[in-house]
Design a protein around this ligand. Sequence first.
Ligand code: PLP
Length: 349
Amino acid sequence: MTYFRNNIERMEGYTPGEQPEDPAIIKLNTNENPYSPSPKVMEMVASITPDQLRRYPDPLGNQFRDAAAKVFDVTRDHIICGNGMDDILNMSVRAFSGPDAALVYPKPTYTLYAVLANIQASVVREVPFPPDYSLPLGELVAARGRVTYLANPNSPTGTFVPYRQVAELADKLAGVLCVDEAYVDFAREHCMELAKIRPNVLVMRTMSKGYSLAGLRFGFAVGHPDLIEGLMKVKDSYNVDAIGTAAATAALVDQDYYEQTRKKVIAERDRLAAALEKLGLPCLPSESNFLLARAKKPSAAQLYESLKDRRILVRYFDSPGVSDTLRITVGTHEQNNALINALTELTSG
Ligand SMILES: Cc1ncc(COP(=O)(O)O)c(C=O)c1O
């Protein structure tokens, strides 16, 4: 006897990356930005008034929508805010997929898509990426999803599909294309333009990575006003709070700070990738703030444990196709040096 619906009883929940309590641990496991958020964010948080907390917040986060409309050259009607991008993903899965409406994505990818789809009892069609992680365009179109998700850059691979190919996919799909751009702050280009010119494209962003606000929980999607209006019906009534909206707005407006930190992360990523390659841990070409490094001897699982013993935490997925890899978040210069030194010892001899 169970109190749960059948699909909930059968499904596995999402497994978030470990959040260790010890602040001395070098934490390279959940793709956070190693640099602090903009000082403007802290000023904004310090200026929050008791009244802002006493009252309900603006249910639409219009302060943020207006700031984002300026940055991305759209109107506020093109934008919906969420409690992290996970909230936006949840809304879209609920709005577009179900037992009679298939949800499609190339695999391996962000594992939350499958979890959200299972809650919804949605039909799920997974399309394997080819070995070079290029876009399986024909197969994705043939899967005929009511909604298709493309994480670009992808996780856990860090690989990137160029704009022109995503545009072609959007043209050929009959359903909605959700481009998950959680890591796009570290990529060479983005697909925001598609959200403006195609009626079936939602571009989803987060403030967690490029803006160093993973603890705040703020994300948003940009798309045709008809798509945004539909998503509004599905969202929780007050899905973004007063502090989050004010702080995320301050971060977005400070584009100079954003540009500086994202360039530092990109430079460190490329340095780290070259160092890992030299150590016999080749990485897939990454356009994100993490690297997927392949390990032979010691194995990825062994390296994960040995690094953990040295208080360096990376991510290991014991799942098909990636079980011989480590996903390593790009840290600060000093953190990356500590990782390189530890791996130099662990891979020698
Ligand atoms: C591919 C991808 N999409 C979305 C998210 C969710 O981001 P948020 O922190 O805004 O919920 C993540 C988080 O790591 C991610 O890896």
